[in-house]
Ligand binder design. Structure first.
Ligand code: SAM
Length: 365
C-alpha cells in the first residue's frame, strides 16, 4: 500500500468507521433503541468490490447485537442517485439475509436489527430524522460522507442537538481550497455558520480545518476530533471530523484514530513521521503536559488524569499512552505513586507498574 491511492483513503476511512461503530453499537446496546444514519450511503460496495460504509455498519451492528441482544438497532441509509440506490438495496438485502440466517436467533434478529433505505436527498429527510431522534430520545450516530459538497453548519449542529448524538463527517477541505475563488459570501456562511473573514479562503487547508473545528465546537458544544487524509505530496484531501458530547465517546474515538494513524502529533495517514521515531520526544511532551495540568498540586488521582488528558479533545493522548508516560516517569523517579482508600475504606494493592484509574494517587517528587 503506498499510503496515498484512492483505495487507501477509502480503506482507512472504512476501517475507522468499522472500529468505532463496533464500539458504539456495543456501548449503547444498553439503551432500548439506537439509530445509525448513513446520509450519503453510496451503493454499498466500492469500486474494488470491498464493503462500503452501509455494509460496514450493518456488519458491526450484527456483531454487537449477537453479543448483547438487548437493544433495537435501526439503521437508515440515504442515497440520492437512483442507480446507486438500486445497487444499495440489492447489496444490503443480500448481506442482511446472510447475517440473519447466521444469527443465533434469526427471528429475534429480524425484529431487533432493522434497516430502511431512502432514495432521497439527505437534506430533505434530515429534519424528520432529527425529530425522530428527539422524540425517541435514543442515541444516534450520523455518518456523513458526501463527495464534493459541504454540509451547512446549521445542519451539522441540528444533528448534534440531541445530547446523545455523535457525528463522523467527511470535511472536503481540498474542495474549499480548490473552489475558494468561486465561493460566494453566502456559501461560506453556509459552511462555517458565520460571516467568514474573506482571508480564511486564502489560508492553507490545515488552517481552514482548524477554523472549521473551532466553529463546530463553539456552535455544538461538543468535543471535536479530526483525522487528516493526506496525499503523496502531503496535501490534505479531506478530514474526517468527529463530534460528540460524550467523554467516553471522545476517549474511544481517540483510541480508534490513534490506531489508524501514522503519527503521534496528529491523527492522520501522513506517512512522513513514523510513530516509532518519535518515542522519546513524545515522553518529554507527556511530562510537560502533566506538569502544566497538575504542576501546582500536591497530589492528584489517576481518575483526574484520565479526565483532564484523555476524556477531552485538548490533547491527543489515549489511556494507553498516559499509562506508558506515567510508568516511565515513575521509573525515572519523577513521580511518587501511592494507593488510595476506596469508597469502602479499603486499599486495593497495586500490581507492579499498573496504573488503574480511580485507585491511585500521584505526586511530583
Ligand atoms: C462518497 S460517496 C459515499 C461513499 C460511502 N459513504 C462509503 O463509504 O462507501 C457519496 C454518495 O452520496 C450520494 N449523494 C450525493 N449527494 C447526495 C444527497 N444530497 N443526499 C444523499 N446522497 C447523496 C452520491 O450519489 C454518492 O453515492
Amino acid at each position: 500500500m503506498n499510503g496515498s491511492s484512492m483505495s487507501h483513503y477509502t480503506e482507512t476511512k472504512e476501517k475507522i468507521l468499522a472500529d468505532y461503530s463496533r464500539i458504539w453499537f456495543t456501548a449503547l446496546s444498553t439503551f432500548p433503541c439506537v439509530l445509525y444514519v448513513d446520509g450519503f450511503a453510496g451503493s454499498g460496495v466500492d469500486k474494488s468490490g470491498k464493503d462500503g460504509s452501509p455494509l460496514v455498519a450493518l456488519e458491526k451492528a450484527a456483531w454487537s447485537w449477537e453479543r448483547h441482544q438487548n437493544s433495537d438497532f435501526s439503521l437508515y441509509f440515504i442515497e440520492k442517485t437512483k442507480k446507486r440506490f438500486v445497487d444499495l438495496e440489492r447489496n444490503i438485502e443480500a448481506r442482511y439475509e446472510f447475517l440473519r440466517k447466521n444469527a443465533s436467533n434469526p427471528l429475534t434478529f429480524k425484529n431487533k436489527v432493522r434497516y430502511s433505505i431512502f432514495h432521497a436527498d439527505f437534506h430533505s429527510v434530515l429534519p424528520a430524522i432529527v425529530s425522530r431522534v428527539s422524540s425517541k430520545n435514543c442515541p444516534a450516530f450520523f455518518f456523513v460522507d458526501p463527495f464534493n459538497c459541504q454540509i451547512p453548519m446549521k445542519s451539522v449542529v441540528k444533528m448534534l442537538s440531541n445530547k446523545r448524538t455523535e457525528i463522523l463527517l467527511n470535511f472536503m477541505v481540498s474542495g474549499i481550497v480548490r473552489n475558494r475563488k468561486e465561493y460566494s459570501r453566502e456559501k461560506l456562511f453556509d459552511i462555517f455558520g458565520e460571516d467568514v473573514d474573506q482571508h480564511i479562503t486564502m489560508k492553507r487547508a490545515m488552517e481552514i480545518v482548524e477554523y472549521y473545528s473551532r466553529r463546530l465546537k463553539n456552535e455544538s458544544k461538543c468535543y471535536v476530533l479530526k483525522y487528516g487524509m493526506l496525499n503523496k505530496k502531503a496535501s490534505s484531501v479531506y478530514y474526517l471530523v468527529f463530534a460528540t458530547k460524550s467523554p467516553v465517546g471522545i476517549k474511544k474515538m481517540k483510541e480508534v484514530l490513534h490506531r489508524n494513524s501514522t503519527s503521534h502529533y496528529a491523527f492522520t495517514n501522513d506517512f512522513r513521521n513514523p510513530k516509532n521515531n518519535l518515542y522519546l520526544f513524545k515522553q518529554e511532551e507527556f511530562e510537560s503536559v502533566l506538569r502544566k495540568e497538575f504542576g501546582g498540586r500536591r497530589c492528584f488521582s489517576t481518575k483526574e488524569i484520565e479526565k483532564r488528558l484523555v476524556e477531552t479533545d485538548e490533547y491527543l493522548l489515549c489511556s494507553k499512552q498516559v499509562i506508558e508516560g506515567l510508568r516511565n516517569m515513575e521509573k525515572k523517579g519523577l513521580i511518587e505513586v501511592s494507593e488510595k482508600f476506596d469508597d469502602n475504606g479499603f486499599i486495593k494493592s497495586r500490581r507492579k507498574n499498573s496504573f488503574p484509574v480511580g485507585s491511585l494517587e500521584i505526586s511530583f517528587k
